[in-house]
Design a protein around this ligand. Sequence first.
Ligand code: PEP
Ligand code: MG
Length: 752
Amino acid sequence: MEAATGSRRLLRRLRDVMAGSGTAQERLNEVVRIVAADMVAEVCSCYVMRAGEVLELFATEGLRPEAVHRTRLRVGEGLVGVVAATASPLALADAQSHPDFAYRPETGEEVYHSLMGVPILRGGRVLGVLVVQNRTQRNYTEDEIEALQTIAMVLAELAASGELVSPVELAPSNGIGLLPTRLDGVKLNAGLAIGVAVLHEPRVVIRQVVAEDPQAELVRLRAAIDAMQSAIDDLLAQSDIAAGGEHRDVLETYRMFAADRGWLQRMTDAVRSGLTAEAAVQKVQDETRARMSKVSDPYLRERLADLEDLASRLQQHLAGRHFAVEAALPSEFILIARSMGPAELLDYDRRRLKGLVLEEGSPTAHVAVVARALDIPVIGRAKDVLEKVEAGDLVVVDADEQQVFLRPSEDIQQAVAARLELRLGQRLSYAALRNLPATTRCGTCVALQLNAGLLLDLPHLDDTGAEGVGLFRTELLFMMRHDFPTVSQQASIYRRVLEHAGERPVTFRTLDIGGDKLLPYMAEIEDENPAMGWRAIRIGLDRPALLRQQLRALIRAAAGRRLRVMFPMIAEIGELDAARAMLDLELERAGARGGSLPAKIEVGIMFEVPALFWELPQLLSRIDFLSVGTNDLVQFLFAADRGNPRLAERYDPVSVPVLQLLSEVARACDAAKVPLTLCGEMAGQPLDAMALIGIGFRTLSMAPASIGPVKAMVRSLELAPLEALLAGLATLPPRTLRGKLHDFARDHAVAL
Ligand code: PEP
Ligand code: MG
């Protein structure tokens, strides 16, 4: 309490100085004098960032006055430069023995041993560094570091005002920021888009750091927290979310965090120390960000990210705005964020959102999963994009080429417009095929189905004209959550999928976690080769409760309907038998409880592990369908990690070994009269799909955007010459057949 009173008194004094008369330089001189006295330090100095990333000594109490405006350090140079480069505080009892200590004779600082420096931050940018020094080897406490950080917040206002250095120097990246810029990143979802930049966390400009009336600020903070909590409640009550689904689960967690006592207490304490409500939220948010940079545990990182998102929401409430200001959004925009949660992406108007650029982000990030369902291009790991972009800039997201253009030049804009027009034309022609059958010119029907995994994917069933869901990856909805869904939560989602599909078949694949699909709430699996490790059915059989619950939920959801269950990564028949026994037991139990059972049950497996090939004869008599997962099958056949970019182009699935194996699988299924599907990425590439049809596949399941192009290919295809070409597979050259198939398509007018 005493500390809070002292801090309030100091902040009030500083505020009076800031509001007083005199030039900016005079006010800064006064601030360093007061801080030195208050912190019982012999030195207090303020360095301000100048153009060219140079920190200039602007004011000092204690160092030699002639060093002011003479001593300059580059970012990263000396301890002051390190504070700026890392944007984090530094406290050293013996500063001179630190390897980064840079001695500047004009300052006369050789007599001071201890040093504490904090960055002067605003909107995530470093505007300067505030330092105190002591003659003795003083160990600065956490409280003292915090107090200096709070003072730095006050100084940030002065540094950003343009009174110390000209506003031109304050422009981001010191001038280069306004030039056209190209950034490299990682493709998280393919595509191309152009639009106006919208920053996901609009930087809240805090106009006042020191509270006039701390009591009133506490009331404002409390009111904003209430408003935020009830806005989250309102969102949860909205009809499309109330029914359940991925969006709801994430919001539920938000609701829980929004009531987190520790978090609320830290903000309340910051207000009690004399800050305004906005400055208090900012302070806690900065601390969270600093903690995030040190945490590597993915679960903790996600929790901290949630808290950061909530802080942003809270700032919007304090500013009197609701979180997503729909009306203010441009008609076509590109969203730019450090990282974001899937629910937040869904907050934005999907019709206007054209692309997403993340400073962080990996292909398995949940937001990337949602973006794929929304079919917008996404680039991740775009380094420093937030520093380089300004809200309102024109931005091109070229995910196909893994790059982002900020403020693109006229010729780039024209080239992008031409590519977009071409794509639009193609899309329109594919859309025109929607209600036409996927039948070859010679009259063979090919069933085209959809790969899905979120409720968000379901509208694509209607807009693509797909014949059903060939692969529903149930793990996606587990990945979107923060804890295991209960049986009834799962059942309600599966039921909605079935309801939406109506008469169209849906193949539910049981959980395929492990490998690259990790659940943040499941203990980390430490496999050396995760793709070949403890994953999919192996986890299902070793942790029977998990699989049993899922089967129970599927049975419940499909009451009175057709239920298709598919087990992933089956490597030997015994695994299928064990999984099937679990399903039978659950059916028996459901029957004994008097519940209504599915009208029909079909059980299938994914053929992903090569060893299973030699068990096909016995296997086929036990299953109702077989689906080939070439993403995994091909990686195991070539011993080539599917996620390794260096190997991405090395082995081609359209090659003799793969097609030879698949044609034999097709023949065996045909002879045993077991329906066969293929649901790996191959199915969605027109040329690859053509080869598959040529060796006997008649059902293909693929991503929504592939249905149109594959259907166009099928409708232009004449089967006999293709079959003739592929019949002599064994004698064809061993490497890729891609060139040969391209020639075939050109000679036979097949639309690729
Ligand atoms: C596959 O392996 O081809 C497949 C469809 O499964 P996933 O991509 O989900 O591993
Ligand atoms: Mg697979």
